[in-house]
Design a protein around this ligand. Structure first.
Ligand SMILES: [Zn+2]
Length: 121
C-alpha cells in the first residue's frame, strides 16, 4: 500500500472514531433537550449552545475526516508542485517524467510545477 493511500485510510479511520465517540453525546444532548429542558427554556440560546456545541462540532469534524479530509491529506502529502503524489518526495531537479526514487510511483511533472505547497488535488 502506498504512503498517501495508507495516510488517507488513517484519516478516514480517525473520522470514524471521532463520530463514534461524539454521536452518543449528540443523542444524549437531544434527549436531554427534549426531556429535561422545560418548554419555557427551549428558546434559551445559551442552553441549546451548551448542550449541542461539542457533539455537533465533533460530528462535523468526524464527517469531514471520513468523507473528505483534503486539507489534512494535502498538508501531509502535497499533490501539486514537484512532489510525488504518493509519498510527497520532492522531485525538483529530476526529469519531466519518470519513477519516483523514493517509492517507484510513475510521475509526470507539469511545465508550471513550482514548489508552492499549493493544496489543489
Ligand atoms: Zn514517491
Amino acid at each position: 500500500m502506498k504512503h498517501k493511500t495508507a495516510f488517507r485510510l488513517g484519516v478516514r479511520a480517525i473520522g470514524v472514531l471521532v463520530i463514534a465517540e461524539a454521536l452518543p453525546r449528540l443523542v444524549t444532548a437531544a434527549l436531554t433537550f427534549l426531556v429535561r429542558v422545560p418548554l419555557d427554556d427551549r428558546g434559551n440560546f445559551g442552553e441549546v449552545l451548551l448542550l449541542f456545541s461539542y457533539p455537533v462540532v465533533a460530528v462535523g469534524i468526524g464527517l469531514y475526516l471520513l468523507l473528505r479530509g483534503d486539507w489534512v491529506i494535502n498538508l501531509a502529502f502535497p499533490s501539486s508542485g514537484p512532489y510525488c503524489s504518493e509519498c510527497a518526495y520532492r522531485l525538483t531537479g529530476l526529469p519531466a517524467e519518470g519513477e519516483c526514487p523514493e517509492c517507484g510511483t510513475t510521475y509526470q511533472l507539469e511545465a508550471e510545477d513550482q514548489p508552492t505547497g499549493d493544496a489543489r488535488e
